[in-house]
Design a protein around this ligand. Structure first.
Ligand code: DAH
Length: 323
């Protein structure tokens, strides 16, 4: 029996099969019970021992090889005939869709609304210097916010820290641009605080700054009202209360009226302090500007009725998938 010849013949024939019917016929011919190979293998037992020892392994190897070639060919034919192989009655596998985090949704909405009001969106570094985070913003050396307790210092020697607010970007932007301009700065900020339902060690802010000739608090109120009405998709009353920030004069706390009639503080703001304007080489007699800073998480909590800021950072998909 010429096993090698049989093997070559079978492989040649296999390559000519183009459909399942042809493949079945091939299988019957070369691997079926009555195939030459199997008939021969059943007769090996009657051969003299010496011959048996060489012929049996050769026949078995050929059989294995043909079975493998058959399986490959079967896959190939099924693949080249997808429609026939596709069973429309099989239950479908539901695709898993990713979702945007609520803070991403809110940040995008803030970017869109302010862009439509002709604000540019800019971003600043999270790793800041003491100079931009505090000094240039007129924040005194002994201010409690600089304290080890509030600021995550990276190097007290070099004066590097994780920014505690997005306000340093006001100065970075003014240093490089001449008024008039208006910008919005969304970004992540860091505070060395104990966490609770309304405090996180890192959270997001968005800073606003509009500088030019004749800019006033009335412009600030108009911009904030316009933003809030689009963001909350309803009419919103905005109220200013006197406050204090080192980098604005006058300074205000900005409240909005909730649907239950109660006022809620959502931002700080004011007119950019003359010392800050002078620091970047502007003439405060000619140029004025307003600034504001709001908690992005806060806006997300109000919009979606979330009562614990820590949910944003818990990576719990049962929470994240609701948005
Ligand atoms: N940077 C302040 C904070 O983190 C918020 C703020 C207040 C920003 C007044 C401003 C501003 O631009 O004018 O608490």
């Amino acid at each position: 029996m010429d096993i090698a010849g049989l093997e070559r013949e079978a492989l040649d024939a296999l390559e000519k099969t183009k459909d399942i019917a042809a493949l079945d016929a091939w299988h019957a011919t070369y691997l079926g019970r009555k195939s030459r190979l199997n008939v021969f293998m059943r007769s090996i037992g009657e051969l003299p021992l010496a011959e048996k020892k060489t012929v049996a392994p050769a026949a078995q190897a050929t059989k294995r090889l043909l079975e493998e070639a058959y399986a490959r060919r079967e896959k190939y034919i099924a693949g080249s005939n997808e429609a026939a192989a596709f069973d429309v009655t099989m239950p479908a596998i539901r695709p898993v869709y990713g979702r945007l985090h609520p803070l991403t949704l809110v940040e995008r909405s803030i970017r869109t609304i302010f862009s439509s009001m002709n604000f540019s969106v800019v971003e600043g570094p999270e790793l800041e210097t003491e100079k931009y985070n505090f000094d240039s913003l007129n924040i005194p050396k002994n201010h409690p916010a600089r304290d080890m307790q509030d600021t995550l210092w990276v190097s007290t020697d070099k004066g590097t820290l994780m920014r505690t607010h997005t306000s340093p970007m006001q100065v970075r932007h003014m240093e490089k641009h001449l008024p008039p301009f208006q910008i919005i700065v969304p970004g992540r900020v860091f505070r060395n605080e104990a966490t609770d339902a309304s405090h996180e060690i890192n959270f997001y802010q968005f800073e606003g700054l509009m500088v030019g000739e004749g800019i006033s608090l009335a412009n600030l109120k108009g911009v904030i009202t316009g933003f809030c009405e689009r963001f909350f998709e309803r009419a919103v009353d905005v109220r200013f209360r006197p406050s204090y920030f080192p980098f604005t004069e006058p300074s205000v706390e900005i409240d909005i009226r909730m649907e239950n009639g109660k006022w809620l503080e959502v931002m700080g703001g004011g007119m950019v302090h003359p010392a800050v304007l002078e620091g970047v080489g502007y003439d405060p007699a000619k140029i004025s500007g307003f600034a504001f800073g709001g908690g992005l998480d806060r806006f997300a909590m109000i919009k979606y009725g979330i009562t614990d800021i820590r949910l944003f950072y818990g990576a719990d998909l049962r929470f994240n998938n609701q948005f």
